[in-house]
Design a binder for this molecule. Structure first.
Ligand code: DCP
Ligand code: MG
Length: 368
């Protein structure tokens, strides 16, 4: 036994159920109890963003071509996404989380880890807190969430997934080994299609098989990643819950009523967005180091491209040529665009800007 072991953490994972689809059913009572699919239209080669649980029974799931979804579930109602609404609901939910702990790490609009170690004494109290949070979400947004409670992020997330929708699952340190041993390998972080196939070929299907194999052989099979996997199957995950800072970025975006094909108009929109971002930066008296262009194709695929400079900028004039460049990398001129967004991050105060020096080489990377 290690004397120096840290105090056991208590982590919650909360994830709203069929998020976009539940909001649509909330706002359109006539769709309640019916299969609802939010995403791209089946006749425009769209993909499913999410489906209500009624539609999932037919095998419909996120990222599936909408046409396939329609074939599986012909009576489904297809609805376009209303991101502004989803974002507003997300804000309400995150505010509820932050009222219980400052240690909130959002993973997406509808999902976050909460480190509640300081707020509760044990897992039982943590489950009680999860119940309260679920009720607050219900009364504020009329939506259900599933909660997972455990001593680390990995297990908390698995727990919230275990009894969806409207679930509440606790995985205690005593329960963890049996839970992980029964878990299909695909559920382990980092086991994608390729790794899973490789493992299944040699007869490894569940956590118990991974455990039996041992660290050495997993490492031989999967490299460094194998050691990490071994730690997960032993229920060891010491990744901390990393709260995001309040203001991380400033952004503006626009979703078009009709998908846009005209290059000139897209550039005009980018200029307008850049000017709005500039106005906001001036209001906040901030500068930025990173500029991000966000683009959603008519088929719903979302892409972002970023560019960073070491000194701060805030004026639209300096953003526009960079935006054109990022845009040219993404747009081959043949696809219609559904959404354009411009945001800046890595924000700096005036003081920080005065202290920084030269422009350095541009770096480009993908975020999605
Ligand atoms: N989403 C998307 N494209 C994907 C996956 C998700 O646009 N490939 C969107 C739609 C979802 C939302 O993100 O409503 C949240 O994703 P989740 O994975 O949490 O899925 P849901 O909340 O829809 O369902 P679940 O009940 O399984 O959490
Ligand atoms: Mg969800």
């Amino acid at each position: 036994m290690e004397e120096t072991q840290r105090k056991q953490h208590i982590v919650l994972h909360l994830d709203l159920d069929a998020f976009y689809a539940s909001i649509e059913q909330r706002d359109h009572p006539e769709y309640r109890g019916k299969p609802v699919i939010v995403g791209g239209s089946p006749d425009r080669r769209g993909v499913v963003a999410t489906a209500s649980y009624e539609a999932r029974r037919f095998g419909v799931h996120s990222a599936m071509p909408s046409r396939t979804a329609q074939r599986l579930c012909p009576e489904a109602v297809f609805l376009p996404a209303r991101f502004e609404v989803y974002r507003a609901v997300s804000g309400q939910v995150m505010a509820i989380f932050r009222s219980h702990t400052a240690l909130v790490e959002p993973l997406s609009l509808d999902e976050a880890y909460l480190d509640v170690t300081a707020a509760v004494g044990d897992l039982e109290e943590a489950a009680q807190l999860a119940r309260v949070i679920k009720q607050q979400i219900q009364s504020t947004t009329e939506l259900t969430a599933s909660a997972g409670v455990s001593y680390c992020k990995f297990l908390a997330k698995l727990a919230s997934d275990a009894h969806k929708p409207d679930g509440l699952t606790v995985i205690s340190p005593e329960q963890a080994p049996a839970f992980l041993e029964a878990l299909p390998i695909e559920k382990f972080i980092g086991v994608g299609k390729v790794t899973a196939t490789k493992l299944r070929e040699v007869g490894i299907a569940h956590g118990a098989d991974l455990k039996r194999l041992g660290e050495e052989r997993l490492r031989a099979l999967l490299g460094k990643h194998g050691s990490q996997l071994y730690r997960f199957v032993c229920g060891q995950d010491d990744r901390p819950v990393e709260p995001t800072r309040e203001r991380k970025s400033v952004g503006k975006e626009v979703t078009f009523e009709r998908d846009l094909l005209d290059r000139g108009r897209m550039e005009a929109v980018l200029e307008q967005l850049a000017r709005q971002v500039e106005d906001r930066l001036v209001e906040l008296d901030l500068y930025a180091r990173t500029l991000t262009l966000k683009l959603r194709w008519s088929d719903f695929q979302l892409l972002t491209r970023s560019v960073s400079r070491s000194n701060g900028f805030r004026d639209a004039q300096s953003m526009i040529p960079l935006l054109y460049r990022l845009f040219a990398q993404l747009n081959d001129g043949h696809r219609a665009v559904r959404l354009l967004g411009v945001s800046v991050s890595n924000l700096l105060s005036r003081d920080e800007v005065q202290r920084t020096g030269q422009i350095t080489a541009l770096t480009l990377w993908d975020r999605e």
